[in-house]
Design a protein around this ligand. Structure first.
Ligand code: MTE
Ligand code: HPA
Ligand code: MOS
Length: 761
């Protein structure tokens, strides 16, 4: 089945926030945000802005009717600055005007007298000054100190990995409408409708039941709207509450880039110990996460860094510590992989470091340490591993030996062009690491004409979840897909939703949809039995009934009854044609007092082979191929899942190669436009992306055994970094560049010519 949105997307008919017709009287918002990264506000000058034609009101922190607080995990983030500013881009004042132009013009006329305070942008500096968001988090397995004593080889080093801008095509925004009796209806471009509802309730002082949040679809979220859509919705809500008029704010790109948080940059120190057979015996790692100025989701992201700090490998002795460091940058947030990719980059760096010093291929160390079923993760869960099966299938199916030979031959023949090769295994846990978030609900109505409406907590952001929800309903009822419509995500229909995140949206909401459809189906089967065999044992007959392609079957024979007639009969008998179902992932738990548990429903595995060619005169490079064996479980939609894998790979490569976030020492974002922040384009995507499904029939907790696919493929992109590094070493074999992503062309050029920092061998 095709993605149900493809047709409307191509024709430009899909409706995003900015496509909504506006109500008469709508005001437009724009914030005045902090021009400095840290300071004490002495005075805000509003008069010139108030004089701009069309300006209706300017709102400051003191005007809020509720609490000036939007922190989700920790209440440390004011909606509008109150006394202090903590990052450039922090909202200080909200301008409301009759037009977007007036609002923006007025915001430019606001000035503030701010006493400067010390600015920290580096997480290690923040750590030195004890500027921590939360106490450190630790994972321990075995006896690391003891294990290092018996290691034949020990390597220590540092790895740095930069952040990443989400660059969803649709920027952040919201539209708030006052409703009867002082309530609010909010249209929001959010992954978390309930998160928006909660934030709006807090800042307006209204109970949640007075606030309706409606989400049609998103032009991308990638984690950037898991909770960072809240601020804009809350600002519009406050504006609507105070003016009693609808308020819309749709950020322009420059505002969005400047004011919102991104993927977390990390700096890390590692120590890896191996025995004479290249088995990793011990791994010690300290992560310094650059959280930005407030907690946002950083504590949860930090945890996932630890959960994935050993990637696809079994390491018997692990000591991993993670610090969430407060800096004067916009609060960093969820981004596809949620801290996992950063943890994986560090262990891959440690392995490559060891391999380079031992004079062996990194693949040798990788392969010898892959997880086996029954191996314990540092957090106590036992692996049901597909690491070796993915690896073996990739080596075989992509003929890795030939790829290696071709690379060597090419390098022997060329002096200025060099090729590199890397293998990147991935193991990613599926479930929110915060157990309570692993729940979802679905509401299914069958109407009297036989058509079916499905509502869930899932937000469609391009990942194809609505297509999957539709498939669940259509397949469970066995009716044509055209008879099912998946509707918007709305907090009045579905309450207390978890954000669409953690790659778990289809599993959680799909299972809830399945339960709702099954409940209705079971009632319909009784009705069918009564219709076909009146005055007989309907429960017994119902057991023989099933529906196939819109027809009622008895045992293996079609009957005269079809779906629409059955629905009419059920309605006539006053049978309930609606169901609201609840699903909670079974078996997941985690206890932070012991840092052990079973946090994930299952893991997704895979292995990618990545090839790159570096132009050693210019430092430029091309990614020749990414060939992955990927663990789909059993995909319920190949087209949607392949799209997710392609997109994830390209986004991962972007993070590892081109995309360079630059904040200067004053905390100003220098890569603040698309002219200075480069994302992959058609010229820089891999020339070949080949994906083969892992052959396995192990059952799992995924919806229809179709494993979550949203985030894991991004991490194949890490292979691009190491493939480029491999090519650099083909040009200059003694090169040992410091592990410092992204590998921009500038950095590659410096490495080629010994001008870039190297690690101490
Ligand atoms: N794909 C598209 N097209 N747009 C997105 O915003 N977000 C990613 C991934 N794929 C995203 C996407 C992220 S960060 C996650 S967690 C998952 O989709 C969320 O959706 P899922 O749970 O349905 O996989
Ligand atoms: N993944 C993604 N998003 C999340 C998570 C997680 O584990 N926990 C809270 N938000
Ligand atoms: Mo994805 S980072 O869990 O929204």
């Amino acid at each position: 089945m095709k993605n149900i949105d493809a047709h409307n997307h191509v024709r430009g008919e899909s409706v995003y926030l900015d496509d909504l017709p506006l109500q008469q009287g709508t005001l437009f918002a724009c914030v005045f945000d902090s021009p400095v990264a840290h300071g004490r506000i002495r005075e805000i000058h509003l008069q010139e802005a108030l004089d701009v034609e069309g300006v209706v009101q300017i709102i400051l922190a003191k005007d809020l009717r509720g609490e000036n607080q939007i922190g989700g995990i920790i209440p440390d983030e004011p909606l509008l600055a109150d006394g202090h500013v903590h990052f450039q881009g922090m909202p200080i004042a909200l301008v409301l005007a009759e037009s977007e132009e007036s609002a923006r013009a007025a915001a430019k006329k606001i000035t503030a007298d701010i006493e400067p305070l010390e600015i920290i942008t580096d997480p290690r500096v923040a750590f030195e000054k004890n500027e921590l968001i939360i106490p450190p988090k630790r994972f321990r397995l075995g006896d690391t100190a003891g294990a290092f004593e018996s290691c034949n080889h020990i390597f220590e080093g540092r790895a740095d990995v930069n952040g990443q801008e989400h660059l969803y095509i649709e920027t952040q925004g919201a539209y708030a409408l006052p409703t009867e009796g002082g309530g609010l209806k909010i249209y929001s471009s959010t992954q978390g409708p309930t998160a928006v509802q909660r934030a709006v309730a807090k800042v307006t002082g209204l109970p949640m039941h007075r606030i309706e949040v409606e989400v049609g679809r998103l032009g991308g979220g990638f984690g950037g709207k898991e909770d960072q859509a809240n601020a804009w919705a809350a600002l519009c809500a406050v504006g609507a509450q105070l003016t009693k008029r609808p308020v819309k704010y749709s950020l322009n790109r420059v505002e969005d880039l400047r004011m919102t948080g991104k993927r977390h940059p990390y700096s890390a120190d590692y120590k890896i110990g191996l025995d004479q057979n290249f088995k990793i015996k011990a791994y010690e790692v300290v992560f310094y996460q650059n959280a930005g100025a407030a907690a946002d989701l950083s504590p949860a992201v930090l945890e996932r860094t630890l959960f994935h700090c050993t990637n696809s490998y079994f390491v018997p002795n692990v000591n991993a510590t993670a610090y969430s460091c407060r800096t004067n940058l916009p609060p960093n947030t969820a981004f596809r992989g949620f801290g996992g990719p950063q943890g994986m980059f560090v262990i891959e760096s440690a392995i490559v470091h060891a391999a380079e010093q031992l004079g062996v291929a990194p693949a040798l160390i990788q392969q010898k340490n892959l997880l086996k079923t029954g191996d314990e993760f540092p957090y106590g869960q036992l692996a049901e591993s597909e690491a070796e099966s993915s690896w073996d299938q990739a080596i075989r199916q992509f003929d890795f030996e030939t790829l290696r030979r071709e690379t060597a031959d090419f390098n022997a023949k060329n002096t200025h062009l060099k090729r590199g090769l890397a293998l990147m295994p991935v193991c990613f846990g599926i479930s929110f690491t915060k157990t309570l978030m692993n729940q979802a609900r679905a509401l299914v109505h069958v109407y009297t004409d036989g058509s079916v409406a499905v509502s869930t907590g899932a937000v469609e952001m391009g990942q194809g979840v609505n297509t999957k929800m539709l498939q669940v309903a259509a397949q469970t009822f066995s009716i044509p897909p055209e008879w099912v419509k998946v509707h918007t995500t709305n907090t009045l229909r579905i309450a207390n939703t978890s954000p669409s995140a953690a790659s778990a949206t289809a599993d959680l909401n799909g299972k809830a949809t399945l339960l709702a459809c099954e409940a209705i189906l079971n009632r319909l089967k009784i009705v069918a039995a009564e219709e076909l065999y009146p005055n007989e044992d309907s429960a017994r007959h119902a057991a023989a009934i099933h529906i196939k392609n819109g027809l009622v079957w008895y045992d293996d024979q079609p009957t005269t009854l079809d779906w629409k007639t059955l629905i009419s009969a059920a309605f006539a008998k006053r049978v309930n044609l609606s169901e609201h179902a609840h699903y909670a992932t079974p078996g997941v738990n985690f206890d932070w007092t012991t840092a052990k548990g079973h946090p994930f429903a299952y893991h997704v595995y895979g292995v990618a082979a990545v090839g790159a060619t570096v132009d050693c005169l210019r430092g430029t490079y091309e990614i020749d191929f990414v060939k992955a064996v990927h663990d789909y479980g059993k995909s319920m939609n190949d087209a949607v899942d392949f799209g997710q894998i392609e997109g994830g790979i390209v986004q991962g490569i972007g993070w590892m190669t081109l995309e360079e976030l630059v904040y200067d020492a004053a905390g100003k974002l220098r890569s603040n436009a698309l002219s200075t922040y480069k994302i992959p384009d058609i010229y820089s995507v891999p020339k070949v992306i080949e994906v083969e499904p892992l052959q396995t029939d192990r059952s799992n907790l995924a919806i229809f055994n179709s494993k979550a696919v949203g985030e894991p493929p991004l991490m194949y992109g890490i292979g691009a970094y190491f493939a480029i590094r491999d090519a650099i070493r083909a040009f200059r074999p003694e090169a040992v560049p410091a592990f410092d992503a992204p590998f921009t062309a500038e950095k590659v050029l410096l490495c080629l010519h010994e001008l870039q920092a190297e690690y101490a061998a």
